[in-house]
Write a protein that binds this ligand. Structure first.
Ligand code: TIU
Length: 269
């Protein structure tokens, strides 16, 4: 019997043919750093000291939400002990926020937040084999008072009080772990002339690390502030800090204390 004819192969994509994707750095990469205005020196950053041009530096606060920091939220639904995150990173984040606001820097707050109708939540994330059991899934209510897990507008999806956004600050809802995915963040940063990002937030090895890597690929210089970020799994935070600054700073810089960043911003001239 003659072998069955296979259906025609789909037209090979340019990636399959081994072609470069043609991207124009002028429209996809971070703008150049400011060369005028105050400069904040961070002699304690690793793997080497970095200078932040204040005019083109933004503070990005990743997912400081009850959904990750309070009982009855999504982090809890995933089986984590959420009780220690706040004390580990919120004091540092408050220090960074105060310093950035005093310098009138761009401040961006992200939230992992899905639409009410969940159209921006793929099945893999909502009901896939690695998801929590029914009753603990995105869009469901785990604990009265927190509302639906990871849904924008639910009380549990809000940013915790001590680092809550001020009027005029950017609040970005993101459907993924990285803040550049489906958010327009890159364009926003380009429009605002940002070249450098100071990172704080939760959790270090999930949304913070992914966003830092996304930013690094787009040409942003990134500084991760150790006492303003936290993980449910301490050894993962330590590993991220180490890997970010390894190989000469393959993903960016790290600095141990938010106070050192604040001091540098205050004295920037
Ligand atoms: N699970 C976990 O550690 N984090 C997340 O799912 N999202 C963020 O990190 N924001």
């Amino acid at each position: 019997m003659a072998p069955k004819k296979r259906p025609a192969a789909a037209k090979a994509s340019s990636a399959k043919k081994g072609k470069y994707v043609e991207e124009d750095p002028e429209t996809h990469f971070a703008v150049s750093a400011a060369t005028t205005g105050p400069m904040a020196d961070l002699p304690a950053s690793l793997p080497k000291p970095v200078t932040l041009p204040v005019k083109s530096t933004a503070l990005i606060c990743i997912d400081f939400q009850k959904d990750f920091m309070s009982e009855g939220g999504f982090g809890h639904a995933l089986g984590n002990d959420v009780t220690k995150l706040s004390e580990e990173c919120l004091p540092g984040a408050q220090v960074l926020l105060a310093a950035a606001r005093a310098k009138k820097m761009l401040v961006i707050h992200t939230k992992e937040a899905h639409r009410d109708d969940l159209k921006d939540c793929c099945d893999m994330k909502r009901i896939g084999p690695r998801c929590p059991p029914e009753g603990k899934r995105i869009g469901e209510v785990l604990q009265e008072g927190m509302g639906r897990l990871l849904i924008d507008g639910s009380p549990g999806n809000e940013i915790v009080d001590v680092v809550k956004p001020l009027e005029g600050e950017v609040v970005l809802c993101k459907p993924g772990k990285g803040a550049f995915f489906l958010t327009g963040l890159n364009q926003l940063l380009r429009d605002r002339g940002i070249s450098h990002l100071i990172f704080c937030g939760v959790t270090t090895e999930v949304c913070v690390q992914v966003t830092m890597r996304e930013a690094n690929d787009r040409g942003y210089e990134c500084v991760l502030v150790e006492d303003a970020t936290a993980s449910y799994i301490p050894k993962f935070k330590a590993a991220v800090v180490e890997m970010v600054r390894s190989q000469g700073g393959i993903v960016g810089y790290t600095i141990e204390h938010a106070e050192d960043v604040a001091t540098a911003l205050k004295s920037a001239a």
